[in-house]
Design a protein around this ligand. Structure first.
Ligand code: HEM
Length: 169
């Protein structure tokens, strides 16, 4: 069976080595905290103003301010900075944290479209870092899609107590 990482590479078109090229340089030291805050603010401004209601509504249980902070603290931590995310929220466990949300192929593409536009419009991230970040985001987005499909498969497996129950519902 294909691993989640393999599925992520296949579906995203991003090789694992390219996805983790973010670890070759310390992007936090290179870019500084404000660049991450600007990126996440720009990204979530787009998400919360998305004309596509189906996508916007995925985020409706969080305030924009919380979502921005959660995201940039994770990015800072993952890209060489202090462990801001784990200090406040615990282990990232991204698949588990996305469990309540429909992380479909379509949702991943929309998420990535907003992130690409956010990266295109921030001025304090150099081109090389943008490419590295986008490869990591793309691979991770489809890693989450693979995790989401696993969740849906598990839901389909009836537990033994359901065996004698009528199918109609
Ligand atoms: C693939 C499409 C994606 C969808 C639909 C999605 C959806 C969401 C939603 C609805 C939240 C809750 C907002 C909040 O309260 O923080 C969230 C949180 C988060 N997402 Fe995603 N996400 C996606 C991709 C990603 C990717 C690619 C990453 C990392 C590269 C990521 C990292 C995070 C993090 C760190 C949080 C905060 C979790 C927490 O603090 O509990 N997400 N996401």
């Amino acid at each position: 069976m294909q691993s989640l990482q393999q599925k992520a590479s296949d579906w995203s078109g991003v090789d694992q080595n390219d996805a983790f090229a973010i670890d070759e340089t310390n992007l936090f030291e290179k870019l500084g905290l404000q660049a991450f805050i600007n990126l996440s603010t720009n990204f979530y401004n787009r998400v919360y103003e998305d004309e596509e209601e189906w996508f916007r509504s995925i985020f409706s249980n969080s305030t924009k301010e919380d979502a921005i902070r959660n995201q940039y603290e994770f990015f800072v931590q993952r890209m060489g900075g202090p462990p801001l995310f784990s200090q406040r929220r615990g282990h990232p466990a991204l698949i588990g944290r996305h469990r309540p949300f429909p992380v479909t192929h379509k949702a991943a593409e929309r998420w990535l479209q907003h992130m690409q536009q956010a990266l295109d419009s921030v001025t304090d991230i150099d081109e090389d870092s943008k490419i590295k970040m986008m490869n990591f985001f793309r691979h991770t987005a489809f890693f989450l899609v693979a995790g989401d499909e696993l969740k849906n498969q598990n839901r389909g497996v009836a537990c033994k107590h359901a065996a004698n129950k009528p199918a109609a519902e």
